[in-house]
Design a binder for this molecule. Structure first.
Ligand code: AMP
Ligand code: MG
Length: 309
């Protein structure tokens, strides 16, 4: 695609992971499969490496990053775990749950990782490749989704290359992501109360939603945008619309013909990428129930359908 870097595609093997760890230790950027979406990893303890994430993504600097760790021991070096946070981590880590916790002083992490907030977002991913990479790299890795800021998240190495080829050092091709939507983000306050900042694969805090934009800058109204108009809750598409179906509502592509919400989540971004690539100037999406992971699907669809300012 032409760009600053000759982006390497690495295999999800011991050799590929060793090469990725070498690039990361040197301060480079590597896109890595996780169980949610592909992340764009850099070492979180080097300001210039973190700065390169923001540059490659075109991400606003007020939007902090999730720090990925391989162990509870490592996580506790970075944040204060109240008993409630400890319980959540014990129940759901490794897994698609990000905890926003009071950050410790003197951790050595780059300030840009937390965008100057007194809190830090931590996650222990449930994916063998990301886990192996964290262990091999030996440092916490900051990793937002591996896409240009504001656009559709990647669930395959091809999606990553479609937006970041030439802008990053490498991508590890680990096939398609299992879950397909980004982690649930939950803040645990010093008083032990819990606030859900972003719905995701896990339902933790009922229907509570984050209130402040600084606290959850990723909750911007327009995000995950395919670059053309998106119309929701459609059962009869117009001729110029690329139709994304669900259950009995058919389409040019279907989230899940059997109406399975887990399958729909795993196919959400692939369908949006297909719609973005199609000749049709608009995208329509069938209704998806808001139960369980359907809440996260509708959250992402709502923001994909909101035009950027
Ligand atoms: P992404 O990595 O693109 O999936 O986005 C990461 C999300 O984590 C964004 O929505 C951020 O707002 C959120 N996040 C990261 N750090 C914090 C933090 N310290 N407090 C609240 N939200 C955070
Ligand atoms: Mg993202």
């Amino acid at each position: 695609m032409g760009g600053k870097y000759a982006t390497e595609t690495l295999e999800a093997t011991k050799g590929g992971i060793a090469r990725a760890a070498e690039i990361l230790r040197a301060g480079g950027l590597v896109a890595v499969p996780t169980e949610t979406v592909y992340g764009l990893a850099a070492r979180a303890d080097k300001a210039d490496a973190v700065a390169r994430i923001y540059e490659a993504k075109g991400r606003p600097s007020f939007n902090p990053l999730i720090v990925h760790v391989s162990s509870m021991e490592r996580a506790k070096k970075l944040a204060n775990f109240e008993p409630e946070a400890e319980k959540l981590a014990a129940a759901h880590w490794p897994g698609p749950l990000t905890l926003v916790l009071p950050r410790k002083e003197g951790t050595g992490l780059a300030d840009a990782v937390t965008a100057g907030l007194p809190t830090i977002a931590l996650r222990m991913p449930d994916h063998s490749v990301m886990q192996a990479l964290l262990v091999e790299a030996g440092v916490p890795l900051a990793a937002p989704s591996a896409n240009r800021s504001g656009f559709i998240s990647p669930t395959s190495a091809q999606h990553v290359l479609a937006s970041l080829d030439g802008r990053i050092d490498a991508v590890i091709d680990g096939g398609e992501c299992r879950s397909g939507v980004e982690s649930t983000i939950v803040a645990v306050r010093p008083d032990g109360s819990i606030e859900e900042l972003r719905p995701g694969p896990l339902s933790i805090a009922g229907d509570a939603v984050g209130k402040s934009e600084i606290e959850a800058p990723g909750q911007l109204a327009s995000h995950y945008a395919p670059g053309k108009p998106v119309r929701l809750h459609v059962t009869m598409p117009e001729p110029d619309e690329f139709m994304i179906g669900f259950a009995q509502v058919a389409g040019d592509c279907s989230l899940s013909a059997s109406g399975d919400l887990e399958e729909a989540a795993s196919r959400l971004y692939a369908c949006l990428h297909e719609g973005a690539r199609s000749d049709k100037p608009r995208i329509a999406v069938a209704p998806v129930p808001t139960e369980g992971i359907g809440k996260a699907i509708n959250d992402r669809l709502g923001r994909a359908a909101t035009p950027a300012d």
